[in-house]
Write a new protein. Sequence first.
Lengths: 314, 240
Amino acid sequence: MHGGRFALVAIAVVAAGLLVAKLGFNQYYYFAAYVVLQYVVLATAWNILGGYTGYVNFGTPAFFALGAYTAVVLIKSMKAPLLAQLVAGAAVSGVLGLAIGYLTLRLRGVFFSIATLALAVVLQTMFVNWEYTGGARGFSVARPATAPLVGNYVQFLFVVMLALAVVAVATARWIERSWIGRGLAAIRDNEEAAECMGVPTLRLKLVATTVSGLLMGLAGAPFPYYVTFVEPTSVFDLNYAVNSLAMPMIGGTSTWMGPVVGAVLLGTAQQVATVTISSALNLLLVGVILVAFVILAPEGIVGLVRRLARRGRS
Amino acid sequence: MSADAFLDVQAVTKRFGGFQALTAVSLRIRQGERFGLIGPNGSGKTTLINCISGTLHADGGRILFEDRDITTLPAYRRTRLGIARSFQIPKPFTSMTALDNLRIPIEYARAGHHDGVVDEAMGILGQVGLAAKAHVLSAALTQIEMRKLELARAMAARPKLLVSDEAMAGLSSGEVDDILAILFQLNQRGITIIMIEHIMRAVMRFSERIAVLDAGEKIAEGRPEEILANERVERAYLGE
């Protein structure tokens, strides 16, 4: 897809979403679609660091929760509007991403992954003990009475998350196709060789961790208004870590399309399973599909389709 | 400081914990020179190269390149100044084609040169005889092809100083001649070359001067015939 066509499709997607929001279907569909779109953002953000750069991050909940709690603080302290919550949530998580980037100086491979997991645990403990945001009891949020564009606030949040997903995907796509993306791929393939070929590895890794963290915070910022009740165990849920890693792996980590495909398929399957069977089944579902893909199609759905298409042509 | 030292390694020392890998090694290499670096396994050759290229930082001593102190510069900055290297064990970017492997140094080592990247990369692949493999994933190349790609990638950085770390290990004598021909050609274009090699026939033929490392110390330096006649060198290689 060329840049112009991509932009047109992106605008069309948001416009279609706005239309769908105006139609006013059953509320549940907007709720469910919001979750799927939130995973599009998280999976895309994860893939910038995990897929393009090769640093596996288990700390998605930390970045997501930090975005959500930043919004909580803004709501409590000054009743800041949603836009301010988005900007602040993204900024704070972006700074955390930058800090994590400096970790890559000393920690590589599995050691980096363990550190990110520890980060989520440490942050969760902090928020459990921080009285201002309600500590372990949690914090109740009152949504604004009216929503712009579409009358209902849930429908409005659906449109917002759709727009954020488009922003995240466009960012990932731009990185992937620019010289930055080739530099990140060189780091993933061989960091030492990349550095010796003139790639400023630290600087590029900082870009990757910051952008990735920033987008995860962006996904978390509207969360308080979405659930209206924020408490540590729900925003630091292991599901965020597992899903944001599994979705790109299943969709394919080498292109921006992979996380989108993975998040839409797996996210939708989880929503259906939650309603028809049980919510506890979700993690099992992800686990089984992930294992199947790692063994049968390690390059994900996008890679699989491309390989089949190539075989069909030749 | 004399002007003829293009690369001036001054008493470089490197320790790994309690192990002294390099002890006050000094080298002065002139512009356009073909310089050989030899020594038994574990003598510190690759450590010295790592200190010159910046993948390791020296614990003591200084390194000057074109009269500029580069001792603490990160590796990518040194590459941009004109120091490129190939690796002893080829380290291609495995998810990329041979062509894309060269795009990295072309785009990154020389900021601002972004036109005609593909043409230039193809040209370099042609020089090392890999033009037919341009669109093959680098992971699928043979051993000799990977070594040629290593050299091609270093060439794509447009170096003033090229460090070739055992580019010929494990190759047949015909293949060794191939690589030697490429290195001679680069040298004729004015590129200074440091060659680390175990294949004596190749180093002796290629080098104008040779330095010998043993247990992290420089034990000899001179023209190839002087090195061959040196008793300390003989002892280092063959024992007492």
